[in-house]
Design a protein around this ligand. Structure first.
Ligand code: MV4
Length: 502
């Protein structure tokens, strides 16, 4: 039985994992870098150990330091969260060697899916629909030209060791094939130390739709339906929702069955995600598999009614899945907004610094997974995500209205945040009418960067208060000055115009 879990991560996901541990009566162990001594995950855990300096290469990526802590404090298992060591096959096998349970898939599944050419071949053999393209790595320019001649332009040249958008080149015309091939190769070599590339037909304006799967160590594999993740900026997801507004029951069942087949093909166990790209005609193609818990897992948890972290722990413990595919349903609609400490007005520059004030949204249908608190200083060394705001409602329209209400109530000062940008997404006609694909943000950027009807932050309210006080002072000097609009001004600016209008 797992009695103690070391969480090899930081921030919101470390806290998220520890919460499920606590409900299961499992002790949790935090590890932290020198920059994270005051992080909430350190406070929340039952025990906490420093594993090295701030740069993640010397702390959260230091396998041996983490394994040493696990052995010294008697942890039976390690949960890697997402990012850092979560998709590192070596770490999965190192844990096994040390008799520590890795709460995640086997090294074999991680490395098979991590190499995109091998993953494509394995998926084709399993009858999963993949993007038309090459079976093997491209060996020469002549071979590339011949293959592109067969599948036709435009194409994507992708690094086999890549994924998540790294090491990709789109090719539109014959003249740029050779230079794009060379550029993709050298980028792949310098980023991953592996210059293997492959070619796929370019799918125009796709949707990014992914399926959550769970599999136990006894051969039982299920899917927990899809997440629509097309609202992205530079391969960073910004908003996710489930169900996907473009999905039909027929396609959902087909894709779900393919997701299960994909997982089975690598003897998968644990929680995983099969990513597809889907075109406007609902043709769908396997892109890659993420062999970890995803940032956006809470929307699936809410709509399907499953605690994915508890399931991961039970699977790691060797338990048989008790969830049955035939009993799973999607209930209502969930949306997640990722809140980043960044400045949308300044090209989304990270905005690290001290949180001076935070008021988190509350009320029916709201979940807030975060880790920051008043006085906490967001370090500059890691991802600037502050929290995830998740809402649930019976229908998509109600969920959007609830997300607007939640974003309006969410106040953070001290750092710039993406909250006003997210409010604009919830007002954008293309989003509201579910007419969006992966180009949504670039296609709507002017609308999204306008702050009209957005959450007025506390500093602005303070300025208005001072201004109204100043008008009062003026009135003492000039008693004849009209003042009838002052109360309305307060409402207009203090509460926000949008509340009064929509
Ligand atoms: C593609 C594609 C079009 N055609 N592959 C980007 C991230 C990586 N997982 C794969 N990506 C893409 N691969 C073919 N053959 C378009 C993208 C893509 C994309 C995919 C999912 C979500 C957002 C995206 C944004 C730009 C491009």
């Amino acid at each position: 039985m797992i009695n103690k879990v070391l969480v090899a991560n930081r921030g919101e996901i470390a806290v998220r994992v520890m919460r499920s541990c606590r409900e299961l009566g499992i002790r949790s162990v935090a590890v932290f870098s020198e920059a994270d001594r005051s992080s909430y995950h350190v406070r929340y855990a039952d025990e906490a150990y420093c594993i090295g300096p701030a740069p993640s290469s010397q702390s959260y990526l230091n396998m041996e330091a983490i394994i040493n802590v696990a052995k010294e404090c008697g942890s039976d298992a390690i949960h890697p969260g997402y990012g850092f060591l979560s998709e590192n096959a070596k770490f999965s096998s190192r844990c096994e060697e040390e008799d520590i349970i890795f709460i995640g898939p086997s090294a074999y599944a991680i490395s098979t899916m991590g190499d995109k050419i091998t993953a494509r071949k394995t998926m084709m053999a399993a009858g999963v629909s993949v993007v038309p393209g090459t079976m093997e790595a491209i060996n020469s320019e002549e071979e590339a030209l011949r293959i592109i001649g067969e599948i036709g332009l435009p194409v994507m040249i992708k690094a086999s060791a890549g994924g998540g958008g790294k090491g990709m080149r789109m090719v539109k015309d014959n003249d740029s094939i050779k230079s794009s091939l060379r550029a993709a190769r050298s980028e792949a070599k310098s980023s991953f130390g592996d210059d293997s590339v492959y070619i796929e037909k370019y799918i125009e304006s796709p949707h990014h739709i992914e399926f959550q799967i769970l599999a136990d160590k006894h051969g039982n594999t299920i899917h927990l339906f899809e997440r629509e993740c097309s609202v992205q900026r530079r391969h960073q997801k910004v908003v996710e929702e489930t169900p996907s507004p473009i999905m039909t029951d027929k396609i959902r069942n087909e894709m779900g069955a393919q997701a299960v087949a994909a997982a089975r093909a690598v003897n998968y166990y644990g929680a995983g995600t099969i990513e597809f790209i889907v075109d406007d005609n609902l043709n769908y193609y396997f892109l890659e598999m993420n062999t970890r818990l995803q940032v956006e897992h809470p929307i699936t948890e809410r709509v399907v009614g499953v605690d994915l972290v508890k399931e991961q722990i039970r699977i790691a413990n060797g338990d048989v899945l008790t969830l049955k595919q035939s009993e799973l349903r999607q209930n209502g609609h969930a949306i997640e907004c990722r809140i980043y400490a960044e400045d949308p007005e300044n090209n989304f520059m990270p905005s690290p610094g001290k949180i001076r004030h935070i008021t988190e949204p509350l009320g029916l249908g709201i979940r807030h997974d975060g880790y920051v608190y008043e006085g906490y200083e967001i370090p500059m060394f890691y991802d600037p995500m502050i929290s995830k705001l998740i809402v649930w409602a019976g229908t998509r329209d109600e969920a959007i209205a609830r997300m607007r209400r939640a974003l309006l109530a969410y106040k953070i000062t001290g750092v710039k945040t993406s909250i006003p940008f997210l409010e604009r997404i919830m007002l954008a006609p293309d989003f509201v009418n579910a007419k969006y694909n992966t180009h949504f943000i670039e296609n709507n950027i002017d609308f999204l960067l306008s702050k009209d009807t957005c959450n007025m932050q506390c500093e602005d309210v303070a300025i208005m208060t001072a201004f109204i006080h100043y008008l009062d002072e003026l009135k003492k000097v000039e008693p004849s000055r009209p003042s009838g609009l002052r109360g309305n001004l307060w409402k207009e600016y203090g509460r926000r115009r949008s509340v009064l209008r929509i």
